[in-house]
Design a protein around this ligand. Structure first.
Ligand SMILES: C[S@@+](CC[C@H](N)C(=O)[O-])C[C@H]1O[C@@H](n2cnc3c(N)ncnc32)[C@H](O)[C@@H]1O
Length: 216
């Protein structure tokens, strides 16, 4: 949720610095692409990295690469022999994404796929200990169902933007905005799914942490 500028500055001054390559990516996002706000950003990026250090997943999947900010944070945090597959539907971004990945010391852990996540996921021949869902808000339930059987019990799904700037509790937004409706439907679906344990962290735009505890 929105923090005051002063608190945000305080947090940024007292956590690990944002690596130079990510600062550059953010600058480029503001200069050259249409929705720079989609970039995870300093605080969420460091949180994602920390989660990777805590969970130590072997294979991570990301749905929605954009310019690669969150993929780079995840790659930074996972063990040396671990991998992240990240999927982006917009092929116009490929060149920019590859540019940033190639500058990272963790590039060898990252595999970029261009295309629709729903088509690509089924062709990846291994399971995932952790999936970061950050694609089209209208399709979160589809992504969730698509990855569920590819995650072992004890594996995690992290879903971004699940408070959608507070719109999830605004009746008008739910009825008129397809993205708000997508997120609200997803939150309802997860809250009634007995196969998972879940919590929503009010960080930035809402981050759901979902642990798979049983297959059915
Ligand atoms: C919020 S941005 C991702 C931001 C990125 N994860 C980060 O934190 O830096 C969402 C991205 O998902 C992509 N996207 C939307 N639908 C998708 C799909 N079905 N498959 C793969 N990518 C998709 C969009 O093109 C957009 O670049």
């Amino acid at each position: 949720m929105k923090l005051s500028t002063e608190i945000e500055k305080y947090i940024h001054a007292h956590i690990d610095e944002e690596p130079e390559i990510l600062q550059e990516l953010k600058r480029q996002a503001h200069l050259t692409v249409i929705h720079p706000r989609m970039v995870s950003g300093h605080l969420q990026g460091r949180i994602l990295k920390t989660f990777m250090r805590m969970i130590r997943p072997r294979h991570v999947l990301e749905i929605g690469t954009y310019l690669g900010y969150s993929a780079l944070c995840i790659a930074e945090g996972i063990p040396e022999n671990a991998t992240i597959d990240t999927i982006e539907i917009n092929d116009e971004l490929e060149h920019k994404i590859q540019h940033f990945f190639s500058k990272s010391a963790h590039a060898h852990k990252i595999q970029l796929h261009i295309g629709n996540a729903i088509d690509i996921i089924t062709n990846i021949p291994y399971d995932f200990d952790l999936v970061f869902i950050d694609g089209n808000k209208r399709h979160y339930i589809d992504y969730y169902n698509c990855v569920f059987d590819k995650i072992p019990c004890g594996g995690f799904i992290i879903a971004d933007n699940t408070l959608w700037d507070g719109h999830v509790i605004e009746e008008e937004s739910i009825t008129t905005n397809a993205q708000t409706k997508g997120i609200v439907d997803f939150n309802e679906y997860i809250s009634h799914d007995p196969r998972v344990e879940k919590v929503i962290l009010p960080i930035r735009d809402g981050l759901s942490i979902i642990e798979k505890i049983k297959n059915s």
